[in-house]
Write a protein that binds this ligand. Structure first.
Ligand SMILES: NC(=O)c1ccc[n+]([C@@H]2O[C@H](COP(=O)([O-])OP(=O)(O)OC[C@H]3O[C@@H](n4cnc5c(N)ncnc54)[C@H](OP(=O)(O)O)[C@@H]3O)[C@@H](O)[C@H]2O)c1
Length: 205
């Protein structure tokens, strides 16, 4: 069950009257001696993104491609789960992605979101809210949140769009040598898809 008191814009979750298990997570986060427990509590975090061959993920606030089946794959994987996104990524689609708990991270305390979206002032609060909603939850972009969440994530679902594209938002090359990697989908060019794409799943070994 979702604890409403986490739906505030405060980043100080300890001030919340909520007596959920997430308070213990925050306790671990604030006590370095319990760091191992803290790490364990985030094993359900996954990261999902798509990037081009030249590591581009966005252009002028939008995706730099139109690949309906890639979006369908994203929808299937995240269906029913909590998803966490940066404010600019939210503005890309500018609506609630259905059948998911949509959490937007922004430092703007007055940023307006349509219900039932949730505004979070930082990633750690967003992770706590997400963990109360679904056993697995996703960071879906953009760059800072992906990089901030990477060390806590148990898997990364990475779509490689087989094209060099122009854009303004890039992820640095990632080292997945310490993960077990497998292809879970490959899509060829067709009349609706100008580029082929491959979906990789990297699971922490
Ligand atoms: N290819 C993909 O898989 C994919 C996925 C997602 C997005 N995209 C694309 O990527 C672009 C957007 O990504 P982006 O990296 O530029 O921006 P972003 O991460 O979506 O949004 C950046 C904003 O999020 C907030 N934010 C991020 N980290 C935060 C933190 N730790 N604490 C508090 N607030 C935080 C800040 O909002 P405030 O400025 O409001 O404080 C920041 O300015 C778009 O073009 C989008 O289409 C692509």
């Amino acid at each position: 069950m979702i604890c409403r008191s986490y739906f505030t814009r405060s980043s100080n979750a300890l001030a919340s009257p909520c007596k959920s298990r997430n308070q213990f997570r925050l306790f671990f986060a604030k006590n370095p001696a319990n760091h191992a427990h803290f790490q364990e509590s985030y094993l359900a975090l996954s990261i999902i993104y798509a990037r081009s061959e030249n590591h581009c993920i966005g252009d002028q606030g939008l995706l730099p491609w139109n690949l309906p089946d890639e979006f369908a794959s994203f929808n299937n994987i995240t269906d029913g789960k909590a998803i966490i996104m940066g404010r600019r990524s939210y503005e890309d689609h500018n609506c609630v992605l259905p059948n998911r708990l949509n959490i937007v991270v922004s430092r703007q305390v007055d940023y307006l979101l349509p219900a039932p979206m949730i505004l979070s002032a930082d990633l750690i609060t967003a992770l706590q809210i997400a963990a109360d909603y679904s056993s697995e939850y996703f960071i879906i972009g953009g760059v800072k949140l992906i990089l901030e969440g990477l060390s806590q994530a148990s898997r990364v679902v990475e779509t490689i769009v087989h094209a060099e594209v122009k854009g303004d938002t890039f992820l640095p090359p990632m080292d997945f040598s310490h993960y077990t990697s497998e292809i879970i989908e490959h899509h060829q060019v067709d009349e609706h898809h100008a580029s082929a794409f491959t979906v990789w799943q990297h699971t922490r070994a």
